[in-house]
Design a protein around this ligand. Sequence first.
Ligand code: MG
Length: 270
Amino acid sequence: MFVPPDSIALDFDGVICNGLAEYFQTAWKTYQQYWTNPIQRPDTAIRDGFYTLRPVIETGWEMPVLVHALLTDIPHETILTDWVAVRDRIVADDAIQPPSLAYALDQLRDRWIADDLDGWLALHEFYPGTIAQLKAWNAAGIDWWIVTTKEGRFVRRLLGDQGIEIELGDRLFGKEVGRPKYQTLRQLRHARPIHHRLRRIWFLEDRLKTLQAVDREPDLGDIELFFADWGYSTPRERAESAMATSRIRPISIHQFCGDLTGWLTAPSNA
Ligand SMILES: [Mg+2]
């Protein structure tokens, strides 16, 4: 029998909102500024490749390195299967200091936000149907929150512009909370009032490693884990999420936008 969740915890980037354009523009500008002799080609030449390959990246400073890899025509397949080796070779060959590259990227983004917040926010696009679904859940009294590594104030603003009001620290937990998502999930479960005898939480996320980290916490074993297959992931991660032995269930955006009962069935690509 289907038992609906009491709460749904949602990642933001790669689940509700597509931020790839922001990642790319920030990476491209940082590359142009940081590299001694940046390769001069139009950004459109590599943009789609960046969108496809962005999931290989673990931390932000690698994004301009990916830009360089694409501009030097390293095959997509090599980047996909062997990113760490590709990255390390570029770092060595071009004498890159990752901490200073990370600093340059953060500075560039911070300056952009300070100078042109609206232009920066405009690079974020909601996946079709996600806003309507959040509004439908609000209307139906279904409890949901956002757990994201993005700064909460930006998520609040982006959702607010779509007519969805959500408060920091109430239903929105961003980068500022400074702890891994499994900690936030644990804290929320204990801190929030228990309205039901059995408090069922569903957690939807597009980063497989984050879901696997929750899976490793014994006291969080009753949280249902869902992998958003439309987000930022590699084909290997999507295949891994679909393995029958996994507690993690992949769902499509079609399922996300439909009835919650549909989340528990096999993914449909309709
Ligand atoms: Mg994400």
